[in-house]
Design a protein around this ligand. Structure first.
Ligand SMILES: NC(=O)c1ccc[n+]([C@@H]2O[C@H](COP(=O)([O-])OP(=O)(O)OC[C@H]3O[C@@H](n4cnc5c(N)ncnc54)[C@H](O)[C@@H]3O)[C@@H](O)[C@H]2O)c1
Length: 465
């Protein structure tokens, strides 16, 4: 589950992955997870995803870790097994490789105990599905170097995650401590016949669960405290904490009877959907939740937006593979996707020119006011494409560009787009001169591009013969 989820996140972020798992079905399972993750990313973002990395299956630990930059151990939650695996991988991997474990609650000091280079190890605890949920808890062991945690944070941030550094080494870290308290109580409620599994889930998903997605616990209660915030809330509800509402740390005994009761109710709750169908439903809904949060740039939505800005701001000509979801019922790549590719190229150009989040926040931006597209030949799913951009002209308010969409290694364009962009003061909503440093960069780039030949198709309108 978790190893395959990591593999999918890294592959879709353009990294090559080698997977080692002795179970014969692991490779098929990883391929399924990657397929689901690809579909989810297709819905999640319009940002240009990098060319996918390659997913390979290795026959041994040594083969898996040869030459790698990161080892992400995701084996079953057994201390001895993980320790041995980490020690073996530590002997075989390049000395500079970073080592992380997905453990949900084992202590990093115990896990790194048999490593020859324990300083390069920390816990990186993700959440399922790893390819969609951004949280990764990082926790250092007693022999972990501070630089290792910082390096790990940078790696996970670069693939769209939100690293949360756990300050102290504790069992269960932060998130699973919270989740376990809820889980324990949920099992008691079912064990005692107070509620069914469905009713326990309803008690969360129709209420607090909807808030948790973006407010967590403390922000929720702060708002509940009204104008006086948390002080009022704690004064009002603090005493109730002393009432014996919960079973606290008592654990219901997992008797055959309880296991059967929970499992039977849970099967009924699934309503005949297979595990894979439930996962796909989960992914579709998570994508929409993340998109709603992105619209507010809040919580996990802010992480998503930062990742997308990184993808759009890539300075090298980025090659993308045309995803299968872009093909419509006619078997053609839908025409809106051509505009999407050109719009992404415009965004990348603006990023290069200094139109970044600070510039936008200061109330200035370029708006596209006109586009002329020429479709010259068909794109197919799987084609590797890139866009070149030429500035034809500019003045203090206007930026006139010409894009060419090319298949990798070919010279004949697939499509072209000519666009006029207008610089706008977003507060007044009116055209206004570009500000520094953008105006100087636009002028410099325009001067450089004047030396380029003018494209044949520049200046065309819809031709009537
Ligand atoms: N399931 C979750 O929601 C979740 C969330 C976060 C972290 N984790 C952690 O991730 C780790 C894996 O959990 P999972 O849920 O993916 O379990 P899983 O059972 O789905 O996967 C574990 C995999 O490890 C393989 N394996 C067994 N022995 C191995 C060995 N010697 N070398 C390499 N692989 C071996 C198994 O064949 C299996 O495919 C655990 O440490 C768990 O605590 C799980």
């Amino acid at each position: 589950m978790i190893g395959a989820g990591w593999a999918a996140r890294f592959v879709l972020n353009g990294c090559d992955v080698r997977l080692y798992d002795p179970a014969p079905e692991a490779a098929d399972r990883a391929a399924e997870v990657l397929e689901d993750a690809r579909a989810a990313y297709g819905q999640l973002t319009l940002a240009p995803l990098p060319l996918e990395g390659e997913l390979q299956v290795a026959g041994s630990v040594a083969e898996a870790v040869a030459g790698v930059k990161l080892v992400q151990e995701s084996a079953p939650e057994q201390l001895d097994l993980k320790r041995e695996l980490l020690a073996e991988a530590d002997r075989e991997a390049p000395p500079e490789a970073l080592f992380c474990s997905s453990t949900s609650g084992l202590r990093p000091s115990d896990l790194q105990a048999e490593m020859a280079r324990p300083e390069r190890f920390c816990v990186a605890h993700p959440f399922n599905p790893v390819y969609l949920l951004p949280l990764v808890e990082l926790c250092a062991g007693g022999r972990t170097a501070q630089a290792t945690v910082e390096r790990a944070a940078a790696v996970f941030r670069s693939v769209g995650m939100r690293p949360l550094v756990v300050r102290t080494e504790i069992d269960g870290f932060v998130a699973d401590r919270l989740l376990e308290a809820l889980w324990r109580e949920a099992l008691w409620l079912v064990n005692d016949g107070v509620a069914t599994v469905e009713e326990v889930d309803d008690a969360i998903r129709y209420g607090a669960g909807l808030r948790w997605a973006f407010m967590g616990t403390f922000l929720t209660y702060r708002i509940a405290g009204g104008e006086q915030g948390m002080r009022h809330f704690l004064r009002q509800f603090g005493p109730a904490l002393e009432w014996p509402w919960t079973h606290l740390t008592d654990v219901p005994e997992l008797t055959e009877e309880l296991v059967e009761k929970v499992a039977a109710q849970s099967d009924a709750q699934a309503g005949g959907l297979s595990a894979r169908e439930l996962e796909q439903l989960r992914d579709r809904v998570l994508v929409r939740v993340l998109q709603a949060l992105r619209a507010e740039e809040f919580g996990a939505g802010a992480t998503l937006a930062a990742w997308e800005r990184g993808l759009l701001g890539g300075s090298e000509a980025s090659v993308r593979r045309v995803p299968a979801e872009w093909v419509d019922y006619n078997g053609h790549v839908h025409e809106s996707r051509y505009l999407q590719l050109f719009a992404d190229a415009t965004d990348a150009l603006l990023g290069e020119l200094g139109v970044d989040s600070d510039y936008l926040a200061a109330g200035a931006s370029y708006f596209t006011v006109e586009t002329h597209l020429s479709h010259l030949r068909q794109l197919e799913a799987g084609d590797r494409v890139h866009v070149t951009t030429q500035v034809l002209d500019s003045d203090e308010k206007r930026l006139h560009v010409f894009h060419v969409l090319l298949c990798e290694g070919e010279v004949d364009p697939v499509a072209t787009a000519e666009q006029m962009l207008l610089h706008v003061d977003t507060e007044s909503g009116r055209a206004a001169p570009a500000r520094e440093p953008v105006s100087t960069r636009v002028a410099e780039l325009t001067a450089r591009h004047e030396a380029l030949p003018r494209p044949d198709r520049a200046g065309r309108s819809v031709g009537v013969r």
